[in-house]
Design a protein around this ligand. Structure first.
Ligand code: NDP
Length: 308
């Protein structure tokens, strides 16, 4: 029987591990299919406090893992296939068919940025293609960038990028934005922002040179293909929280994020806590994920004091 099981190995999961391990709770952390989480697909991270010269995303995650290991966190390189949260102890079933019984559960499974699914996007991810303007916008000072998407995220990222970039072109598959009216107005008023309506990215150039030099766009009405030069491409077509295995067992919002009680990491099931992007559609930063990971650890520790 485990005191604390943590699912997920991003900043939220590792921070929860560091705190619960230091509280002598001997946590087990199940790493999942993308060990280290979303930061492992970025290059340089310059906004995580404590690293004045920045560091690579994968290195930051390696550091967090080492810190969790130093206090005897047990790591499992597995995926969770199902959970039973209907009674305590909770049951966590792994892909190797083993079952973990645990008194508390911290869910830090994160969210996955939706991507276009084209080969050039995968090959140039981190080399001019990004799914996070806050992380990578700074590198595009006086350059021309494209943002794919028409929702609030795309518009917000485009506005943020105008702080650095020379021009920001929003590429949207329809001729009207999905974003809220107020965000739309801001975007339309911003002289640096241009629009390519009724367009989707067919290919990002140039895989051969391992850097972004432009995009091939396909007109969704006419099928016409055109080439547009640019220096960076931001994909902002939404995020999906990784909550499929909790559906029907935990309270989720209409877009699938876990609902936590305001100001805490508590879910609607006592003893189950959520931290990081899986419960945060708004901030989605490494540092906020780490912060809520700490909250989940302290909430779990207090729960165990009352329910040994
Ligand atoms: P949304 O789902 O709202 O928007 C996704 C956008 O991407 C849509 O315009 C959609 O097009 C487009 N899209 C989706 N899939 C593809 C694809 N395969 N190819 C091309 N385009 C695609 O996601 P967001 O991340 O923008 O927002 C999520 C939620 O978070 C929303 O409720 C939003 O309001 C909220 N949010 C609020 C913010 C704020 O208030 N400041 C900031 C950020 C998010 P189409 O329109 O045709 O479906």
């Amino acid at each position: 029987m485990r005191n604390v099981t943590i699912i997920g190995s991003g900043p939220a999961g590792y921070t929860a591990a560091i705190y619960t391990a230091r509280a002598n709770l001997k946590p087990v952390l199940i790493e999942g299919s993308q060990p280290g989480g979303q930061l492992t697909i970025t290059t340089e991270v310059e906004n995580f406090p404590g690293f004045p010269n920045g560091l690579d995303g994968p290195q930051l995650m390696e550091n967090m893992k080492k810190q969790a290991a130093r206090f005897s966190t047990e790591f499992m390189q597995n995926n969770v296939t199902s959970v039973d949260l209907s009674k305590r102890p909770f049951s966590i079933v792994l892909d190797n068919k083993n079952t973990i019984q645990t008194k508390t559960l911290i869910i830090a499974t994160g969210a996955t940025a939706r991507l276009l699914g084209i080969e050039s996007e995968t090959k140039l991810m981190g080399y001019g293609v990004s799914a996070c303007a806050t992380c990578d916008g700074f590198f595009y000072r006086d350059l021309d960038v494209m943002v794919m998407g028409g929702g609030d995220t795309a518009v917000e990222e485009a506005i943020f990028l105008t702080r650095f970039a020379k021009t920001v072109t929003i590429i949207h598959r329809r001729d009207a934005l999905r974003a809220s009216k107020i965000m739309q107005e801001k975007a339309f008023k911003n002289e640096k922002i241009k629009f390519q309506w009724n367009s989707v990215i067919e290919e990002i150039l140039d895989v051969g040179r391992q850097k972004v030099t432009g995009v091939k766009l396909k007109n969704t009405k006419t099928g016409e293909i055109t080439t547009h030069p640019c220096d960076g491409v931001f994909i902002a077509i939404g995020h999906s929280p990784n909550t499929a295995i909790f559906k029907g067992q935990l309270e989720l919002n209409e877009t699938g994020y876990i609902i936590t009680k305001p100001g805490t990491s508590k879910t609607n099931v006592e003893g189950v806590f959520a931290a990081g992007d899986v419960q945060d559609p708004i901030y989605r930063q490494a540092v906020t994920a780490a912060g809520t990971g700490c909250m989940a650890a302290i909430d779990a520790e207090r729960f165990l004091e009352d329910n040994p």
